[in-house]
Design a protein around this ligand. Structure first.
Ligand code: SAH
Ligand code: SF4
Length: 359
């Protein structure tokens, strides 16, 4: 299968045209301008290219074939987009309006939460994305296209990109780094590396690999438990990379790179105890990490719930008393199933119900 042209990298395209011979090198930049700046959806629309070149490109690459099939939410709140991919698989992205408690600077405007896989193999017990298992990796174009399509559909300019949608981005690291390169490049989408965040459930070897990457995007670690006991209970990945192994990889990353952030969802009666807060503070101090506390979003069919606001604040104050910077997020998209994987899950269930009724 050909890949879509929103996965094109300027340097590779220039190489390809040089090998083909007879195409001036400035053409490559013209083409990436059409794709990433003017955002055309076919080679035919690249009107200043010779017909022959357009045909040749079309033989090599596909036009983007993703389709927005459902949008939830309104312009001033969190909006969710459900996409159908060319093979009929469903993924989702979330557009979040300005929020000082999110990633990056307080002045940042719009954040898009991008999916990196169809489903997820890591099966965290609290997460909707893991419920249906893993289907496949997204290619770079499918990650970039989420951003391009949402900008087109809403007319809004996106300032921040977080890889916190469906899937484990570091399990798809090759395509992820390619997508980030396109999103970051001046010839591409042009979003600064510091406005790009990758979230991982804690794949230790890949965290080490990222430490040696030259781009300065941000890394967020989904901790959700400060001891092996608690973390292992809700995140199966902790058996493969227990805290000792994981935190050593983080030490390495922090020594080589910059800071990392911890994500910690608060689940009532599971990871919201004072003891967990104290252990979490120790880990955060060891890595000079900031902590984002996120009240758990309930998922239909799962038993977990969020602690009371009081209990959330108590947890935060323990961290602060230990000298750790911790923000407590108000979950903006709760009403429209904003946590990762939930919209897709609902749609798949609805489709299954519909099929049952038809059959
Ligand atoms: N696989 C990666 C990135 C996608 S999940 C990871 O796990 O980090 C993005 C974030 O959403 C993770 O921190 C994840 O733990 C969190 N999350 C998953 N389900 C959630 C829910 N129901 N409520 C709140 N956060 C959730
Ligand atoms: Fe996968 Fe992340 Fe969900 Fe865990 S939290 S199942 S790693 S998407």
């Amino acid at each position: 299968m050909k890949s879509s042209f929103t996965g094109i990298i300027l340097e590779e395209l220039a190489d390809f045209m040089e090998k083909r011979g007879g195409v001036a090198s400035y053409r490559a930049k013209q083409i990436t301008d059409w794709i990433y700046k003017k955002r055309v959806t076919s080679f035919d629309a690249m009107t200043d290219l010779p017909n022959e070149l357009r045909a040749e490109l079309a033989a090599e690459f596909d036009a983007p074939k993703m389709e927005v099939v459902r949008v939830l939410g309104s312009k001033d709140t969190t909006q969710k987009f459900l996409f159908r991919l060319c093979d009929q698989n469903l993924i989702e992205s979330v557009l979040i309006p300005a929020s000082p408690a999110l990633y990056g600077q307080p002045s940042d405007r719009r954040t898009i939460c991008v999916s990196s896989q169809v489903g997820c193999a890591y099966g965290c017990k609290f997460c909707a994305s893991g419920l249906d298992g893993f289907t496949r990796n997204l290619d770079a174009a499918e990650m970039v296209q989420q951003l391009i399509d949402i900008e087109k559909q809403t007319g809004e300019k996106i300032d921040n990109v977080v890889f916190m949608g469906m899937g484990e981005p570091l399990a798809n690291i090759k395509n992820l780094l390619r997508a980030i390169r396109i999103i970051n490049a001046p010839w591409g989408v042009g979003i600064g590396a510091r406005h790009i965040t990758v979230s991982t459930s804690g794949l230790a070897p890949q965290i080490r690999e990222l430490a040696n990457e030259s781009t300065q995007f941000r890394l967020a670690l989904s901790l959700h438990g400060a001891t092996d006991d608690v973390r292992g209970q809700i995140m199966p990945v902790n058996k493969r990379y227990p805290l000792k192994v994981l935190l050593e990889a983080c030490d390495y990353y922090v020594a080589k790179k910059r800071r990392m952030t911890f994500e910690y969802i608060l689940i009532a009666g599971i990871n919201d105890t004072e003891e967990q807060a104290r252990e979490l503070a120790k880990i955060a101090r060891r890595l000079s990490a900031k902590i984002n506390l996120i009240p758990y979003n309930t998922v239909e069919g799962l038993e977990w719930s969020r602690p009371s606001r009081e209990r959330q604040q108590k947890f935060q104050s323990i961290l602060r008393n230990h000298g750790v910077v911790a923000t407590l997020r108000r979950e903006k998209g709760d009403d429209i199933a904003a946590a990762c994987g939930q919209l897709r899950l609902q749609s798949k269930r609805a489709e299954r119900e519909a099929q049952k009724m038809e059959g």
